[in-house]
Design a protein around this ligand. Structure first.
Ligand SMILES: [Fe+2]
Ligand SMILES: [Fe+2]
Length: 234
């Protein structure tokens, strides 16, 4: 058991992806902060490590319900395509829609809930950051990773990926911090009593955005980037 407490949280999810549900529920960062050992991550979140360990044992004993393939075994190109089709596509659809809702909710309820201005501004920052972030991944880093795997650039060129990868990781961390801020501004995405359907829909949509981004960033930070930097498809 103590070995689990010393294992980085991101690695625990790479080993068994369904464990992400536990970390999401307890708000333990398994993507941007995935290098942190589980024991330390529990202390940082003020969560009893024994509770997390027993949740992991329970989760691991269940049948694997994660419908995704084992991305540590697929080709990097397949993982890149999955990230594009599943996560970037989701963001391209969800971000404008959430932006409109955030503006509408602020316009109607901003007077009685002044924190909605901060929600609107924080969301706008995330939107802008992700827009340029995805552009760089789609046009620079991901094509380079595919070329590396296809052997059209030599394995030694993997070293050239260090710079772009560290920029992407820093941007993930920035978005992760903004998501935490959004969670705290919205009282863990709890709408106030009597909130209208748009208000509720906005908070539910923002929580889904957080869940999807954590999973998306986990695939990049903990699986794709380490494999690309190792210059291998295995
Ligand atoms: Fe991405
Ligand atoms: Fe990314």
């Amino acid at each position: 058991m103590s070995i689990l407490l010393e294992t980085p949280v991101g690695q625990l999810v790479v080993d068994k992806p369904d464990r992400a549900h536990i970390f999401q529920r307890f708000q333990i960062d398994y993507c941007c902060g995935g290098a942190q050992p589980l024991g330390q991550a529990c202390v940082a979140k003020n969560v009893d490590p024994q509770i997390i360990l027993s949740e992991i044992v329970n989760q691991d004993s269940r049948a694997d319900v994660n419908s995704e393939p084992d991305w540590t075994k697929a080709t990097m190109s397949a993982l890149v395509d999955n990230i594009l089709n599943q996560h970037h596509e989701y963001l391209r659809n969800a971000l404008p829609h959430l932006g409109e809702m955030a503006e509408k909710v602020y316009n109607v309820h901003g007077e009685s809930h002044p924190e909605l201005l901060n929600v609107l501004q924080t969301f706008a920052g995330i939107f802008q950051e992700l827009d340029s972030h995805m552009y760089k991944e789609e046009n620079i880093l991901f094509p380079a990773i595919k070329r590396l795997e296809q052997g059209t650039i030599p394995p030694a060129a993997a070293a050239q990926l260090f710079g772009p990868v560290s920029v992407m990781e820093a941007e993930h961390a920035a978005v992760g911090a903004e998501l935490e801020k959004l969670r705290s501004l919205t009282n863990n995405y709890t709408p106030p009593d009597g909130a209208c359907n748009t208000y509720r829909g906005l908070f539910a949509g923002l929580e889904e955005l957080e869940r999807d981004l954590h999973w998306h960033i986990h695939k990049e930070n903990n699986i794709l980037f380490p494999r690309a930097l190792a210059g291998t498809s295995n």
